[in-house]
Design a protein around this ligand. Structure first.
Ligand SMILES: C[S@@+](CC[C@H](N)C(=O)[O-])C[C@H]1O[C@@H](n2cnc3c(N)ncnc32)[C@H](O)[C@@H]1O
Length: 291
């Protein structure tokens, strides 16, 4: 079912009641949750019984609802993180921990025109589409048709398709776009595409990538330096959840130890050697102070 952006209802402040067309999250007692789009005459089948959408429409968010087996669920509006974690996937996806930091670091916000490759299952595409808002646009490249199809379905399911152009292409052949604000690569060999990235990004725009292993990162750093990208940064983020029992407040036993290294850089004009004069001056000042 294709749905309109107005029905996305992510973080919508003034909606107290679940309505047909809304995305709803039903959470069971052990945290198992189901994200559905409410529609008249539809049913949700779960291992704890069936829920009629018509029995949910008109209920206040935050209330308790019951399946035909009288098993309870909480009725909530899902966050973007809930939606991304729930997304159907045929590839590795990016996770909210990394996505949030990438969006703020690359300055991605309303009205921007951004590019990414590969689309994969569309988790990051969804986050980009959410961040750029109604006035912005996301163009996403993927070379495998079956993967692209799933991403298109995922984006349609959350009502964000009309902010996204999907292109079926190996980025080896370059991007059609130019003067782009921000470009992100989530594919195994971004170091082979730095000249294509440079051609698409505006000078001073934001480039980012995520890579699972250090040898890939090292190759990317070499390629970025060769192609005159500046302000190179590499980091990885560790996130640890806590048990929320006030009497036994401590980290949970297990954590995701590694998702990927995040690499950021900005293309500057090819003829510019950043801060060359100042660096030369500092070196000569240091030399003269030592002599
Ligand atoms: C790890 S997945 C991307 C996951 C995505 N960021 C998400 O959050 O769902 C990597 C994708 O890049 C695609 N890919 C790899 N090399 C590519 C290339 N040269 N051009 C276009 N797509 C490519 C793969 O087919 C794969 O679907």
């Amino acid at each position: 079912m294709e749905s309109s952006i107005d029905n996305l209802h992510l973080n919508k402040q003034n909606s107290l009641i679940a309505q047909a067309g809304d995305l709803a999250q039903l959470v069971g007692p052990r945290g198992k949750n189901f994200i559905i789009r409410l529609a008249h005459a539809e049913k949700l089948h779960t291992h704890r019984g069936i829920l009629d959408h018509d029995g949910l429409i008109g209920k206040p968010w935050g209330c308790q609802v019951y399946s035909h087996l009288n098993r309870s669920f909480m009725l909530l509006q899902p966050s973007l993180a809930d939606i991304l974690n729930d997304i159907r996937r045929s590839t590795q996806i990016m996770y909210p921990k990394d996505i949030g930091f990438i969006l703020v670091t690359m300055g991605i916000g309303p009205g921007q025109n951004v590019l990414e490759a590969g689309t994969g299952s569309g988790a990051f595409t969804a986050a980009l589409a959410y961040a750029v808002g109604k006035e912005g646009h996301v163009t996403t490249y993927e070379m495998r048709p079956e993967v692209q199809k799933l991403a298109q379905k995922n984006l349609a399911g959350i009502g964000l398709s009309d902010r996204v152009t999907f292109k079926l292409r190996n980025i080896e052949d370059g991007f059609d776009e130019q003067g782009i604000d921000a470009l992100f690569l989530d594919l195994p060999n971004p170091y082979d595409y730095t000249s294509q990235v440079r051609a698409a990004l505006k000078p001073g725009g934001f480039f980012g990538s995520i890579l699972p292993t250090t040898n890939q990162v090292q190759r990317l750093l070499v390629a970025l330096t060769r192609d005159n990208f500046a302000f190179l940064e590499v980091c990885d983020l560790m996130m640890r959840y806590y048990q929320v029992d006030p009497d036994r407040f401590r980290p949970v036993d297990r954590m995701v130890a590694h998702t990927g290294y995040l690499i950021f850089a900005r293309p500057i004009l090819m003829e510019v050697k950043p801060f060359e004069d100042e660096i030369a001056k500092i070196s000569s000042d240091e030399l003269s102070s030592k002599s």
